[in-house]
Ligand binder design. Structure first.
Ligand code: CP
Length: 333
């Protein structure tokens, strides 16, 4: 049976999972080892791990992968799941209840809350109000830290390393929350170079570029992708996030469809490289590429299940440890 070894810092800071910057390299490496372990084990070996725990999934925005993989992860570890899949309409948010009050209430029913929300910063607000751990499953155009962890795990598995790699992010880098989180995680490793390829209307966020400069990470912004494909180990393709454009439909129409990954891209890529995409895709990867061994996006989906199992176990263990400590200190007062 696999054993968890979390650092002192992890126990101190990781009550909630809100942003990628929370993760240090050691913690990530442990998560990846554990995820690999789980993948090789039989369900009977870990199926009782979270027996008696309840995980709530509250999704105010649509999702297929994140919600179902968290729910599957919880169920496979023996936990129970309570859920609102369209919390915007079907929870009391529709009657005007604040996010903070909802968190205070759901925390009475569940041991952890997996939250997706349309507002950037919502996970942070939820964590301030919640008595149980909050896991950010995507907050508006902000971050999606658990997706970034599974992305990085996939890079390690596909390329065999993270240090020394070059990566190109393509598409909507302004609103793409997975890109933001993965960029932050990459700064914890010694990557060779990051390329950001996007139409200027959805170029990478300036505050993140400033962060990269501060961390002395080599990066380049450009609009042409074909010139970098032979230089990178990872092509991280993304969808233009139509739902974030509001009344600027003309801007969306202008940028959508600008970068479509097809066989002509694959011919330029290294023999050992990988195409990743957080999914869903809506035309920016031609399905003709799916049969190429370097198309890693469906393996990426499977990796996500194991990474989320480890995260749930980690967060609930830390939460239990914190509770035991509080009980002990009250008893000795
Ligand atoms: N990658 C991702 O977040 O997918 P869903 O929107 O389907 O959860």
């Amino acid at each position: 049976m696999a054993v968890f070894f979390w650092s002192k810092n992890t126990f101190k800071y990781m009550k909630h999972v809100i942003r990628a910057q929370q993760f240090d390299r050691g913690t990530m490496e442990r998560i990846f080892l554990e995820a690999e372990d789980l993948q090789s084990m039989d369900r009977s070996e870990y199926g009782e791990t979270l027996r008696g725990k309840i995980v709530a999934t509250l999704f105010y925005e649509p999702s297929t992968r994140t919600r179902l993989s968290f729910e599957s992860a919880a169920l496979q570890l023996g936990a129970s799941v309570i859920t609102t899949e369209n919390a915007r309409e079907f929870s009391s948010a529709a009657k005007g209840e604040t996010l903070e009050d909802t968190m205070r209430v759901v925390g009475k029913y569940a041991d952890a809350i997996v939250l997706r929300h349309f507002d950037t910063g919502a996970a942070d607000r939820a964590a301030q109000a919640s008595s149980v751990p909050i896991i950010n499953a995507g907050d508006g155009a902000g971050q999606h830290p658990t997706q970034a962890l599974l992305d990085l795990f996939t890079i390690q598995r596909e390329i065999g390393k993270i240090d020394g790699i070059s990566i190109v992010f393509v598409g909507d880098l302004l609103y793409g929350r997975t890109v933001h989180s993965l960029t932050y995680l990459l700064t914890k490793f010694k990557v060779k170079k990051i390329y950001f390829v996007a139409p200027k209307e959805v170029a990478m966020r300036k505050d993140i570029l400033t962060y990269l400069r501060k961390k002395q990470v080599d990066f380049e912004e450009r609009e042409d992708v074909l010139g970098v494909l032979s230089k990178v180990d990872v092509v991280y393709q993304t969808r233009i996030q139509k739902e974030r454009f509001g009344d600027r439909a003309d801007v969306y129409e202008k940028v959508a469809g600008k970068y479509v990954l097809d066989r002509s891209w694959m011919r330029k890529m290294k023999k050992r490289s990988v195409v990743l995409h957080p999914l869903p895709r809506v035309g920016e990867i031609d399905p003709e590429v799916d049969s190429d061994l370097r198309a890693g996006y469906f393996r990426q989906v499977e990796n996500g299940l194991y990474v989320r199992m480890v995260l749930l176990k980690m967060i609930l263990e830390i939460s239990d440890k914190g509770r035991r400590k509080r009980v002990l200190s009250t008893a000795t007062q």
